[in-house]
Design a protein around this ligand. Structure first.
Ligand code: NIG
Ligand code: FE
Length: 424
């Protein structure tokens, strides 16, 4: 028997309709498709129709008695949020480094002294599949509580073939077991292991010749990412790794211009990356090239906030024609948060984005950044029924009242997974 659900009479139902074919750019990022007194009719985990409450009730009149009804009166409804950049699977935390940074040490100083990504790598290498699974599962539950229904997850704390595979297998298992969906990225080139510090090219070779073929063969990732940063991987090494991944069908992504300007945005355009992420220090030319090449800018303002750094120039990027998405960058070093709504606040307050743009950036553009815009990111007929109901009267309030969780109900593929803010 079919299962029916009516999400009824939201103060504002934000559809994000009309952006599934191409990412929203410039003024299109403001077109969020608000329906006042809006309702959504769901069947068997899919969205069948959205519209005015009275119209939807009329249209599905004969099935109404069989439907589960969620009353969204006084609330707003959005597509389930999409987080297109996380380091979901890892072991442990690094609050000690936070304390060091508060005393004046920099992120890169800590990493170069063997901490940072290396510290989490040691912990992740020492952890079993089960331990990593349990920790990542808790983070996924937290994402759900914050209104997120799909997350991208990167490897990159293994740095050996075996440990990279371990991380990716955990992500795969969680994608199967957990109600949220996970899209995997291989990021073997996240740091040069300490024992190869003097010979980084040897590690680049390992990534290309030992890791990439196995990851691709076992279909453990869709994307291939690299930390292109002075002292980590050079643009030349990054290009090699991303081009090699392309030969195996892995789509390039890049951690670009995070700490220093390093022509990462330019490289993203050159290799045809689906997205360039971070971009705090992206050059004017890099931004122009991204716009021309259609590279999505995945901005991670939690990182600027937490590293006390300058924010990416979102306003400039949007005005230049770059499609912008937002993400938490959830990781234990530079952005220990899973709160996508807080990222929306930061987008408005510190990057010059509008409340409409931050919604676009965490829904449909985020879905584009992980190649999923045909399935998720908007409330349109035929899409997966991933829906978040927020306990606020209008969408402006979402990016206005900050630092608290407004999530009321989350529906994932037609199933209620959060009710009254509580995980079911
Ligand atoms: O996106 N920049 C590189 N990677 C992560 C941080 C990883 C970590 O510090 O553990 C980032 O910021
Ligand atoms: Fe990252």
């Amino acid at each position: 028997m079919a299962s029916y659900m009516l999400i009824s009479n939201a103060n504002e139902l934000i559809t994000m309709a009309g952006h599934s074919d191409v990412p929203a750019k410039q003024e299109k990022m403001s077109e969020i498709g608000v329906i006042k007194n809006g309702s959504a009719w769901l069947e068997d985990g899919k969205i069948i129709a959205v519209g005015k409450d009275e119209e939807i009730r009329k249209q599905f009149h004969d099935k109404l008695a069989e439907a589960e009804i969620i009353d969204a009166t006084g609330k707003i409804v959005t597509p389930g949020l999409v987080d297109p950049h996380t380091h979901l699977v890892h072991a442990g935390t690094r609050e000690n480094e936070y304390a060091m940074r508060l005393q004046g040490k920099t992120y890169m100083e800590i990493m170069n002294a063997g901490g940072g990504i290396h510290a989490t790598t040691r912990a992740t290498q020492a952890a079993t599949h089960e331990e990593l699974y349990e920790q990542a599962k808790k983070r996924l539950d937290q994402f759900a509580r914050h209104g997120v229904t799909t997350v991208e997850a990167k490897s990159g704390y293994g740095l050996t073939l075996e440990d990279e595979i371990k991380q990716l297998e955990v992500a795969k298992k969680l994608d199967e077991d957990h109600v949220l969906d996970i899209v995997s990225t291989f990021m073997g080139a996240h740091a040069v292991p300490l024992d190869l510090k003097e010979d980084p090219d040897q590690f680049v070779d390992r990534v290309i010749n030992e890791m990439l073929p196995v990851v691709a063969e076992r279909k453990l990732a869709i994307f291939n990412d690299v930390f292109c940063e002075r002292g980590v991987f050079t643009p030349e090494q990054s290009r090699k790794i991303l081009e090699a991944g392309k030969k195996y069908g892995l789509i390039p992504k890049i951690h670009a211009d995070e700490i220093e300007p390093y022509e990462g945005a330019e490289l993203a355009a050159e290799v045809g990356a689906i997205s360039a992420d971070h971009l705090l220090k992206a050059s004017d030319k890099g931004i122009e090239k991204m716009a021309e090449a259609g590279v999505i800018g995945v901005l991670l303002p939690g990182t600027a906030f937490f590293l006390m750094a300058e924010y990416a120039r979102a306003r400039k990027m949007i005005d230049a024609g770059v499609a912008v998405a937002l993400s938490t960058d959830a990781n234990p070093g530079s952005s220990p948060t899973i709160s996508s709504p807080f990222i929306m606040n930061l987008g408005c307050l510190n990057m010059g984005m509008t409340p409409e743009e931050v919604i676009t950036a965490t829904t449909i553009n985020a879905a584009h950044a992980i190649g999923k815009a045909k399935e998720i990111g908007s409330l349109e007929a035929g899409k997966k029924a991933d829906v978040t109901i927020w306990n606020v009267p209008n969408y402006l309030t979402l990016s206005y009242q900050y630092g608290m969780n407004h999530v009321d109900t989350v529906v994932k593929a037609g199933r209620k997974i959060i009710v009254g803010g509580v995980l079911q």
